[in-house]
Design a protein around this ligand. Structure first.
Ligand code: SF4
Length: 295
């Protein structure tokens, strides 16, 4: 059966049947029959379509602590979905089977409507739905429609995100998200440009915007890569920013890096590095520090 794609939101037509996507700060200008950088938004006949709306590539019933969220509905299950595609290009991606995908037009996945996702979450006794595994911004239409229905059904919504989204799109989506874990890749513009093929400022803006909305729960995760983002200076700049803009109550997760995808030149993060960062953050006054991925 032929796959039907869903019209995308957050774009405008340009000359010669090009389109301009406004969903994330990359703002791709996309030629006819081509996809944007994320690989899952395509210009078909001068209109932009989502290739992943309704086609999750991963779907699991997880403990909420796995997201990780340690201070939101603790001890409950969360129905988690993700699709293919990503709008950053982290060379150290720990989930590249989803973010760096094959030719999805050749796949024949089953379609899951937003209502079916909500129904599955309820049937699995989940209290919430997570938009996770890959970057949920690239399936924003699907996430937004599902989140609206989930809320009507009494479920909470969780974003596990890199924060690389335009304010325009965040304005529409974030109000339906109850809790989020934002991934802080490394606290510098240079890190985002050289390691993630993205930019830093929009991520900070998204975190601050989400935090400014009433009733939101926020946690942050930082993957600590030896020699890349683990210097005492960089960690302190990060902690300075969190202290100034978010406060000491924000739960901070520091995760160990393990060589993956295109970046294998750094060793796994020694546990001692994470213990040092945790002790320092606690000494500075941060209340909730969690370490992850230590093997
Ligand atoms: S969401 Fe995808 S197509 Fe749109 S601007 Fe970002 S990378 Fe480009």
């Amino acid at each position: 059966m032929a796959i039907e794609y869903t019209p995308a939101r957050w774009w405008n037509p340009e000359d010669n049947n090009f389109v301009r996507c406004r969903l994330c700060p990359k703002r791709c200008r996309i030629a006819p029959d081509k996809r944007g950088y994320c690989g899952v938004r395509k210009n078909i006949g001068g209109k932009l379509f989502s290739l992943v709306y309704g086609y999750p590539a991963a779907m699991h019933n997880d403990p909420i602590e796995k997201k990780p969220l340690y201070h939101f509905l603790p001890g409950t299950r969360i129905f988690s979905i993700g699709t293919l595609g990503c709008n950053l290009g982290c060379v150290f991606c720990q989930n590249d089977s989803l973010s760096a995908y094959g030719p999805l037009e050749n796949a024949s996945p089953r379609y899951f409507s937003p209502a079916e996702i909500v129904d599955l979450a309820l049937r699995h006794n989940c209290r919430s739905i997570a938009y996770t595994y890959n970057e949920p911004a690239v399936f924003a239409e699907y996430a937004a429609d599902t989140a609206k229905l989930a809320r009507q059904a009494g479920l909470k919504n969780v974003f596990v995100t890199n924060g690389f989204i335009t304010r325009e799109a965040a304005d529409e989506i974030y109000p339906f998200i109850d809790a989020a874990n934002f991934d802080m890749k490394g606290f510098s513009e240079d890190f985002y440009i050289s390691m993630c093929k993205g930019t830093f400022a929009p991520v900070l803006e998204s975190i601050r915007f989400f935090h400014s909305l009433p009733g939101k729960h926020l946690e942050l995760t930082n993957l600590v890569i030896p020699g890349k983002n683990d210097s005492a200076e960089l960690v302190d700049q990060y902690l300075d920013w969190v202290e100034q803009h978010l406060g000491f109550e924000i739960p901070l997760h520091f995760s160990a890096f393990h060589p993956a995808f295109e970046f294998r030149s750094a060793p796994p993060t020694p546990p001692e590095t994470l213990y040092r960062i945790a002790a320092h953050a606690q000494q500075r006054g941060f209340k909730y520090i969690h370490l992850g991925n230590i093997r």
